[in-house]
Design a protein around this ligand. Sequence first.
Ligand code: UN1
Length: 524
Amino acid sequence: MPTTATRNSKSQAVTTDMMSEVSKINREPGAYNYIGGKWLKASSGESFPNVNPATGEILGQWPSSGKKEVDGAVAAAKRALESWRKLPAPKRAEYLLKAHDILVSRKEDYARAMTQEMGKVLKETRGDVQEAIDTALYFTGEGRRLFGETTTSELADKFAMTVRMPVGVCALITPWNFPMAIPSWKVFPALICGNTLVLKPASYTPASATLLIEALAEAGVPAGVVNLVHGGGGVVGNALVEHPDVRLVSFTGSSDVGAGIAARCGQLFKKVTMEMGGKNAQIIMDDADIDLAVEGAVWGAFGTTGQRCTATSRIIVHDGAYKAFMDKFTAKVGKLRLGNGLDEKADVGPLVSDSQLKVVEKYVAIAQKEDKAKLLAGGRPVKSGDCAQGFFYEPTVFEGTPGMRIAQEEIFGPVVVILRVKSFEEAITVLNDTKFGLSGSVYTKDINRVMKAIRDMETGITYINAPTIGAEVHLPFGGVKQTGNGHREAGQTVLEIYTEWKSVFVDYSGRLQKAQIEDNPDKK
Ligand code: UN1
């Protein structure tokens, strides 16, 4: 997942206040925190710029918040909790449905704004908004489910059931690569379950999260239920984690940051969910449909400029498919068009920032000097023509071996490594040879291999004849090993995150019955 990095501010060119074009809120300039139902600036008066990674333009100034804003937001969320948790879930769902309708009606405007601040191409930011729309609708429906269970009691005249309770005030810390979808995965289920929340979005993509929160504010969600605080992870994120009234922290981001948050939440006895790194692989067997596998590999590796936690960063090719696959794959990679994501002709946008570009440069240097991998395509930043001012890097392909650093460490950029194998068994072993376990894919027509892949891949998501990216919101999302800490977002499984179970016993015998101590009295 994305690393937290310092924003590059070398190219401080034209200022275009992008939010004034897309937002429907009439606000003071820079008042993008949403606390207790009010749009506010940071009390320090300080701000940070939002930079378009394709052009270097500054798109706006965002509040650099501190502990004061966090305290205000958590206090507002705590105050709002009493009435929000008691509002029947179908009523809570009505707000979600209104927010859904707003997102549908503004999808195109929001996607354009998101491409400007994040860089990925328009068809992908449209998909990002669509993922938020799908999530809103799915959890609207959940308002009339939120099922518990009824069961029998071991004692006579006693009824037993389970009910779901909200957890309380939730702190949601989200990344820049899916700047609306990932906040929506957390915000909508948290709300439908009766929690109140404070969202801290990545500082590379403050507008996308703000537009999502605007939709909820406009839908009439009561003041304090949803709060938004912008600023750095070191200040705002930490203050949220430390705050005694925050009961749950849900984090998506880099493994380094996640490990620190998880450890601290452990000490503080907070519920904590993590979604972090991936080193996802696509296997291409000798019986695969090669054209399909090529198309999938290009999309999986270079979609979102490789900046997905589900991105394909290793391609495991069987000897029998090697020549046919490699010829077509490298040819197709060479034809990918880099450009500003607003240009419908661009296939691949820039990296999100100069520091992310530097991470890619660092790994390409490691691949060549330390790993001694063979460079097959790309390998250079692009600093000319339409790409002159942005953070662009050529789609890059190496051939290497499983132990190399580029085959083990998450790069989060347009770099993929080819690993050649001799058998299906070896392919699965190589796929599993990583500390991560998010997503994996196999291209084959052999049903026995398909079933073995489903059984043996150590991943939270497995694709058959499809790339490693493309999860849908009604199925669990997350991974095994160091990708996470055992939770799953999306689908029904996310309810396990945003609710606590309560077991309820109703004794209608009119006398004291002692579980485990007395037998059913009728059988005495
Ligand atoms: C991510 O990579 O951080 O499955 C999220 C996918 C998208 C979500 C990706 N639906 O690729």
